[in-house]
Design a protein around this ligand. Structure first.
Ligand SMILES: [Zn+2]
Length: 236
């Protein structure tokens, strides 16, 4: 993105409502403020994301859609494709690959942001959510080679969806970062966006403090800290 001078179209493919803000909220706010257009595609409905037994899955899905729209708007994102797969049950099969190729060919992005499918255990020493891995893998399989080749899923061609050649991929939640996007100017907008996910975050001030610790670049001036989000960057 740093080398892109023209406004680009960015497709953010993630598993759950709140994943875009957690993994890349500062970068997304920066991109939209620089004039790039960002669209979200969220694979699951987030229907298992609660410990509250009084909350029914349909009510939770509706609530999380509202929260996600508010969070995205805080980052300058106004188009969200809710793909509606059941939360927690994603497998990177051909059906999901086809659905993601459809989305990619509809949105026609130059750049895609998705979870790194190689992250089994996170940098925090926890188990990565299986949906994150599955969505990352399905997204890679959709980008290459299916989205760019007319022989994959000819039924999509019949829908008028022409092949797309995605140029760059940013992988979030990675164990192999090679690119750090400076989000010092948009760090507070990331926090503001996360505040919209009220059903998911019990202690927002505590989370904001941990984010400040994790994202502060240790070699920056303590009086003028620099915050960054880490990615693995692919040029295709
Ligand atoms: Zn998630």
């Amino acid at each position: 993105m740093s080398e892109t001078t023209q406004p680009a179209r960015v497709l953010v493919i993630m598993a759950h409502p709140d994943d875009p803000e957690f993994s890349a909220g500062g970068s997304i706010a920066r991109w939209t403020s620089e004039g790039h257009e960002v669209v979200y595609a969220l694979v699951t409905d987030g229907s298992k994301g609660t410990d509250d037994r009084a909350m029914t899955p349909p009510d939770l899905v509706a609530l999380r859609k509202d929260e996600q729209r508010a969070a995205a708007a805080a980052l300058g994102v106004h188009e969200i494709i809710f793909m509606g797969y059941p939360d927690g049950e994603v497998v990177p099969d051909l059906a999901l690959r086809r659905d993601l190729v459809r989305v990619i060919r509809q949105v026609r992005p130059e750049i895609i942001l998705a979870p790194d499918p190689q992250t089994l255990f996170t940098v925090f020493g926890t188990i990565n959510h299986p949906d994150h891995r599955a969505v990352g893998l399905a997204a890679m399989d959709a980008i290459f080679p299916a989205a760019r080749n007319h022989n994959y899923f000819p039924e999509l061609l019949a829908e008028g969806l022409e092949p797309v050649y995605v140029k760059e991929v940013y992988l979030s939640g990675t164990l192999h970062p090679d690119t750090w996007i400076d989000v010092t100017a948009t760090f507070e907008r990331k926090i503001e966006a996360l505040r919209a996910h009220k059903s998911q975050i019990a202690d927002m001030d505590g989370l904001a403090g941990r984010m400040r610790e994790r994202m502060r670049q240790t070699d920056s001036d303590p009086d003028h800290p620099v915050y960054a989000e880490a990615f693995r960057h692919l040029k295709l």
